[in-house]
Design a protein around this ligand. Structure first.
Ligand code: SF4
Ligand code: SF4
Length: 286
């Protein structure tokens, strides 16, 4: 079976227990204005250009089937994301992000680090984007991970129908779920979707015993007041016991990703929360 991924990142220590490889699947049904991985939002590949690497050789223009006025079609409606420009760019200034791969190809890569997973009590995490959107593909890879004894985790916003989540519960050891705000209207404005389905899924998933972590990205001006965090915490603590809850500070480093993909970063100008602010909110939870 095949699916679309943006990359496989080895040696992660932030995406579940131990040392892990993270497979980033493409496609997401939410549009959070601060999204750190904009290249994963679309379910198909996207183009990126790193202007500082360009040596102005003009090769990309020569091969672009839709070039006009001595320019490639990059970031215009005429661009078909064929990737020809990236293939001829020796300076690696253009990249096609995303490719169709088979589950066997992924497993072959993951198995190279199997010993590392075992020694660190780690494994493989499927992230995105929203991995639940490629349920069948994910089920196929995770079943193979199970067969090889590799610990599996999914990072998800849980904005999906329950039947998709339910299918993955038997093959996933560890669900890590994002929960952004308990305020439905704010959730809707910031992500493009209401939070009712997410809360319902959190409750159902908690009952399976596989919901191990809930995380909140702390976005200044959106969900960083004591009231915001306590409202989320009240929902999390009403779920099953032994679910780890943590706060992740907003990070503005992703702004350059938007620029390279010819997109506007909607969270521009928002400052990262200070260490003191994060400590205050964490103390509140204690
Ligand atoms: S092929 Fe690469 S280096 Fe040459 S002009 Fe195009 S982007 Fe720049
Ligand atoms: S991806 Fe294809 S169509 Fe788009 S700019 Fe590059 S060569 Fe042209």
């Amino acid at each position: 079976m095949t699916g679309c991924i943006s990359k496989i990142q080895p040696f992660s220590v932030y995406d579940g227990p131990g040392i892990r490889s993270v497979v980033f699947l493409k496609g997401c049904s939410l549009r959070c204005f601060w999204c750190h991985n904009p290249e994963t939002q679309s379910k198909t590949p996207v183009m990126a250009k790193y202007a500082q690497k360009c040596i102005s050789c003009g090769e990309c223009i020569n091969v672009c089937p839709n070039s006009q006025n001595e320019k490639t079609a990059l970031f215009t409606p005429e661009c078909t994301v064929c990737g020809k420009c990236s293939e001829v760019c020796f300076a690696e200034a253009i990249e096609k992000i995303g490719k169709e791969v088979t589950s066997d190809e992924i497993i072959k890569i993951l198995l190279k680090d199997k010993q590392l997973y075992e020694e660190s009590n780690g494994g493989v995490t499927f992230s995105g984007g929203e991995p639940l959107l490629q349920t069948e593909f994910l089920y196929d890879i995770m079943s193979k991970c199970n067969k090889y004894g590799i610990h599996t985790a999914i990072e998800t916003a849980l904005f999906a129908s329950w039947d998709k989540i339910e299918k993955l519960v038997p093959v996933c050891d560890h669900f890590i779920c994002d929960f952004k705000t308990a305020d439905n209207q704010k959730h809707s404005e910031a992500t493009g979707a209401e939070n009712g389905l997410i809360i319902e899924n959190l409750k159902k998933l908690a009952k399976t015993g596989k919901l191990k972590e809930v995380r909140t990205p702390v976005i200044p001006g959106f969900n960083d007041t004591d009231e915001d965090i306590l409202a989320i915490w009240n929902i999390v603590k009403s779920l099953e016991k032994n679910i780890k809850y943590s706060l992740l500070p907003f990070c503005s480093i992703c702004e350059s990703k938007y620029k390279s993909q010819g997109r506007k970063f909607l969270a521009t100008g928002i400052k990262e929360p200070s260490k003191e602010k994060m400590a205050e909110l964490n103390n509140l939870l204690k």
